[in-house]
Design a protein around this ligand. Structure first.
Ligand SMILES: [Zn+2]
Length: 236
């Protein structure tokens, strides 16, 4: 890992805490600058108290504050929200422009997202249409749009010139090639997930599953607890 600036992108609040909070905590501890970008605010997937009586704005506000708290736990510097409607993400030019805008602001050398190459459809959660859409949209934003000034020239008027991230990590269980040992930051990952109280009322119940997931991720590398990714260099 030789990246100083990292941008992790997801569809919903809590996605990144499941996928990479242990890695984010480790990177932050090593002095790397990590930011999150969350494309919806998860208002439809809200499971908290009074779910049916709360307005969309209230549900969004709760989930955003949970995500900000979780980010603070692991040392993430900033959380950006695009506030697209939950459940309605699509790989459109509009979403691609929004992703390019934030990438040009943050200037990451590493961008992390869902894997657009997943195609096993072996879990409804993993293949939520927002997760599929965001994987594709990030892939398309990374090349060639973000690094080419002829894409979205209106962003140049905002002072956001081209920027070329060097590498992408896609969250992958199927064909990982990059493993991050999170045995020392697993407790912080649990603490971050516990911030999502509307979604996870009893974190204790989830810990054995999280440990097992970390063990399965790290198995191929002999790691006790890991998060795994498929990496790809971005053309320069
Ligand atoms: Zn999600």
């Amino acid at each position: 890992m030789n990246h100083d600036r990292i941008l992790a992108i997801a569809a919903h609040p809590d996605d990144l805490d499941f996928r990479l909070a242990g890695s984010a905590a480790l990177w932050a501890r090593e002095g790397r600058h990590v930011e999150y970008l969350i494309c919806t605010s998860g208002e439809k997937g809200f499971n908290g108290d009074g779910a049916s009586s709360r307005s969309i704005e209230e549900r969004r506000a709760i989930r955003e504050s949970e995500q900000r708290a979780a980010a603070r736990v692991v040392g993430v510097k900033e959380v950006h929200f695009l506030r697209h409607p939950d459940g309605e993400l699509a790989n459109t030019l509009g979403l691609r422009r929004s992703l390019v805008r934030i990438m040009r602001q943050v200037k990451p050398s590493l961008v992390i997202s869902d894997d657009p190459a997943k195609d096993t459809y072996d879990s409804f959660y993993g293949y939520h249409s927002d997760h599929r859409a965001i994987g594709q949209a990030v892939f398309d934003a990374l090349y060639p749009a973000v690094g080419n000034e002829n894409f979205f020239p209106e962003l140049m008027e905002e002072g956001l010139g081209p920027h070329k991230p060097k590498e992408a990590y896609f969250g992958s269980r199927d064909r990982p090639d990059t493993w991050i040992d999170i045995s020392e930051t697993f407790d912080l990952k649990v603490k971050a997930l516990a911030c999502h109280k509307s979604q996870i009322p009893d974190i204790e119940k989830l810990i054995p599953e999280l440990r097992d997931w970390g063990r399965r991720n790290g198995e191929a590398k002999g790691l006790e607890c890991a998060e795994s990714f498929r990496s790809l260099e971005v053309p320069q």
